[in-house]
Design a protein around this ligand. Structure first.
Ligand code: HEM
Length: 522
């Protein structure tokens, strides 16, 4: 047996195989020692979990900011830089470093020659993905997120992350089309130069648009013939041409595309007023930097991050827009909802409708069954390591049993029967089925694994470096002001006729609930 199938190296030590079942753990740089990179008593954890009085004091003092910075840095250090493995290479290689077509991998694939699909633990055959999805993931009745997230949040998360999650299915599930691996606003400007040039107006730095009832919307594919995926049934005048090929799928995505389009063109107007001498190119490039900066992000995107972000339980049973109940067949690919209702009413509707709780199981709408089945299938093709190995990677205690993992006894019993061993539980089912934190949208692992991926990017973006982060990069004080004053509310309300209720939370009080009349505020 390949000894690395036991995952013998702890604390991110690297397992290297030699002849005759011999292996070595390379513990270099892990801070751990010995044959398996195991710890001396974990002082950091001890400190963190004891001395409550000391933490009280720190929490209420200026020290908090300093410590927060340390915590954020430590967290983002879970994500290696430069990137390491990918779906083909379970060891370091130049190919894996330099070939940007791959998603990187935080943990190497399970070796090919292991006794079981997950290494050495669990059954010889993994449970049928369709059975897993049907038994534990499909929604029975809608369970709202107890933290009050709404559809405006759900579509923001989807819109934002789909600039760097763009699996290149033709090449295989381990590959991406988003070669810049981060926040480059490729979902607004296209992921290649040719597409960008087609989307641009080539005047005043602006993007092409169409006017509907006097308001600015993305152009149609007749006007801008870029590749988009629409079913044949969608008529020409409803085929919006967007930066991202699949954003015609949901009015929520087209809505955000419209807002960013308006914001880009608005930034161009502001810049042009300040710099009459600038040509189209400089106006465009500077406006693009302004757009990118707001939600900044950059690093090598990993497959695990992509799988983790399949937050489909957020989606409701149907969509409530302006008093109408729109079902899935009438919502998907229906860009006319955006053109008909306009930005204001859609924002208001999506901000008021609660999104589903992501964790805890049984909350994926039947319509999205295939999508979640597919993540599970792909993770097997790509030999993604067990959930517990990722728990360890992020310095969380591996679960000892399914009964510790979930409070639902029946779920635990069935999972045990299907997987045979908690150490064989898979990554994505683990994230979605783990007991949620009290009154929270998901469980411990989603937070503790998701946050480092995000933070790594926030701290690693060149635009945050002192070389870039100064007013001149954004065309002077006016541009810098746009960047520093950015909020969701400003994005919406400075690009619409009246200011609807706009938030990532459903209304909390009477004042929020009432706000929904065309007003001239702002
Ligand atoms: C991928 C449908 C909402 C996150 C996909 C795929 C489909 C799909 C068909 C492609 C599956 C594949 O071939 O790999 C939908 C529909 C939605 C929805 C119909 C709403 C009704 C969401 C939301 C999120 C999300 C709200 C997250 C906030 C993702 C991610 C991928 C994905 C991360 C992988 C993208 C890639 O690798 O290219 N979705 N989705 N989806 N979805 Fe969704």
């Amino acid at each position: 047996v390949n000894p690395c199938c036991h995952y013998p190296c702890q604390n991110s030590g690297m397992c290297v195989r030699y002849a005759a079942g011999r292996f070595e753990c390379d513990c270099t740089g892990t801070g751990f020692y010995g044959d398996n990179c195991t710890p001396s008593p974990d002082t950091v954890h001890y400190l963190l979990t004891h001395f409550h009085w000391l933490w009280e004091l720190i929490n209420t003092s200026f020290l908090r900011d300093v410590l927060m910075r340390v915590v954020l840095t430590v967290r983002s250090n879970f994500i290696p830089s430069p990137p390491t493995f990918n779906s083909k290479y379970g060891y370091l290689s130049w190919e894996s470093y330099s070939n940007l077509s791959y998603y990187t991998r935080l943990l190497p694939p399970v070796p090919e020659d292991c006794p079981t699909p997950m290494g050495t633990k669990g059954k010889a055959v993994l449970p049928d993905p369709a059975v897993l999805v049907e038994r534990f993931l499909i929604r029975k009745t809608f369970r709202p997120d107890p933290q009050g997230a709404n559809l405006m949040f759900a579509f923001f998360a989807q819109h934002f992350t789909h600039q760097f999650f763009k699996t290149h299915h033709r090449m295989g599930p381990g590959f991406t089309r988003a070669l810049s691996h981060g926040v480059d606003a490729g979902h607004i400007y296209g992921d290649n130069l040719e597409r960008q040039l087609q989307l641009r107006l080539h005047q005043d730095g602006k993007l092409k648009y169409q006017l509907v009832k006097g308001e600015m919307f993305p152009p149609t594919t007749k006007q801008v013939p870029v590749t988009m995926s629409y079913p044949d049934s969608i008529p020409d005048h409803q085929r919006l041409a967007l930066g991202q090929e699949v954003f015609g799928l949901l009015p929520g995505l087209a809505l955000y595309s419209t807002l960013w389009l308006r914001e880009h063109n608005r930034a161009c107007d502001i810049l042009r007023a300040e710099h009459p001498s600038w040509d189209d190119e400089q106006l465009f490039q500077t406006a693009r930097l302004i757009i990118i900066v707001r939600p900044d992000y950059s690093n090598r995107i990993s497959l695990e991050f992509n799988h983790l972000y399949h937050w489909h339980p957020l989606m409701p049973d149907s969509f409530l827009v302006d008093g109408q109940d729109v079902d899935y067949p009438h919502f998907l690919f229906n860009t006319s909802l955006l053109l008909h209702f306009g930005v204001e009413k859609l924002v208001d509707a999506f901000s008021r409708q609660e999104a589903g709780q992501i964790g805890g199981g049984w909350n994926v709408h039947r319509r999205l069954q295939k999508v979640v089945e597919l993540v599970i299938k792909e993770s097997r093709d790509l030999r993604v390591q067990p959930f517990n190995e990722y728990r360890k990677k992020f310095e969380l205690k591996p679960y000892k049993s399914f009964y510790e993992f979930t409070d639902d006894q029946e779920m635990a019993r069935q999972l045990e029967e299907l997987y045979g061993d908690i150490d064989a539980l898979e990554f994505y089912p683990g994230l979605l089925l783990e007991r949620t934190r009290h009154n929270a949208i998901f469980g411990e692992s989603m937070v503790e694994m998701g946050a480092p991926f995000s933070l790594k990017g926030l701290l690693g973006n060149p635009i945050c470096s002192p070389v870039y982060w100064k007013p001149s990069t954004f065309g002077g004080a006016a541009g810098f002001d746009l960047v520093n004053s950015a909020t969701l509310e400003r994005l919406v309300c400075l690009n619409s006729r009246w200011c609807p209720y706009v938030s990532f939370h459903v209304p909390r009080n009477e004042r929020d609930r009432r706000r929904r009349e065309p007003t001239t505020e702002l």
